[in-house]
Design a protein around this ligand. Sequence first.
Ligand SMILES: NC(=O)c1ccc[n+]([C@@H]2O[C@H](COP(=O)([O-])OP(=O)(O)OC[C@H]3O[C@@H](n4cnc5c(N)ncnc54)[C@H](O)[C@@H]3O)[C@@H](O)[C@H]2O)c1
Length: 250
Amino acid sequence: MDNQFAGKTAIVTGGGSGIGKAVAVALAGEGANVLVNDIKLDVAQAVADEITAAGGTAIALAGDVSKADDVKASVDAAVAEFGALHLAFNNAGISGPLGPLADVDIDGYLSVIGVNLNSVFYGMHYQIPKMLEAGGGAIVNTSSILGVVGDPNAVPYVTAKHGVAGMTKAAALGYADKGIRVNSVHPGYIDTPLLGNLPKEAYDGLVGKHPIGRLGTSEEVAELVLFLLSDKASFITGSQYLVDGGYTAQ
Ligand SMILES: NC(=O)c1ccc[n+]([C@@H]2O[C@H](COP(=O)([O-])OP(=O)(O)OC[C@H]3O[C@@H](n4cnc5c(N)ncnc54)[C@H](O)[C@@H]3O)[C@@H](O)[C@H]2O)c1
């Protein structure tokens, strides 16, 4: 394994579980100092401890990404602890209320927009000035297949994830000539706690939507995220990357 992120500091939101955890562990494994954010301190701390036990460098910080002040605090903490900020994975998210649009509770809709979309604005709003100070950086935002195609029963989620894709492109254009790259990743269904305890029939139904014949793993998403955060992706910005087992090719 190379040490391609040595000397770099990264923030990973929703880093206590699933995709965020896999990215935090992988970044630290390749030399990055990682601030692990999560709304739940215990899971963020467990990931930071796992990284430290493996010889990496990480701190945990509890924070709600739907609150601008908490997001600012995470950026300030990363810079205070490690001296600069170079990388961010704005990833925390929730699935939210399901059902046809007219049946979706308005507070539920707003909460998904807060956690899955406003959070990404708050993140980049506070991260970008620090990356400019550091001489450049790279950001990956977590969207979804549902940021590319629709689902009649996941209207708030689809809305937020399409928003993440658009915000990513606009931010990328604003900073393309200033040394900051911004891209979005669009996973298919990934076997994480986000999916909840699905009955076998529902799980098999989701599998059936992926031509590859299974759900994805968090580590498979992390491979793409690390590539996009790395200098190997130096000519890539404003793009959206699917990692979906063929879901959207159909
Ligand atoms: N699992 C999938 O099938 C899938 C598919 C496409 C996209 N995604 C997206 O990937 C991202 C990560 O999902 P996951 O599957 O790893 O889920 P997960 O539930 O395993 O992990 C999400 C983490 O985010 C944290 N979190 C939730 N709300 C938060 C908040 N307000 N502030 C800070 N942290 C918060 C949770 O505590 C949890 O630890 C989400 O944005 C999700 O929408 C997931």
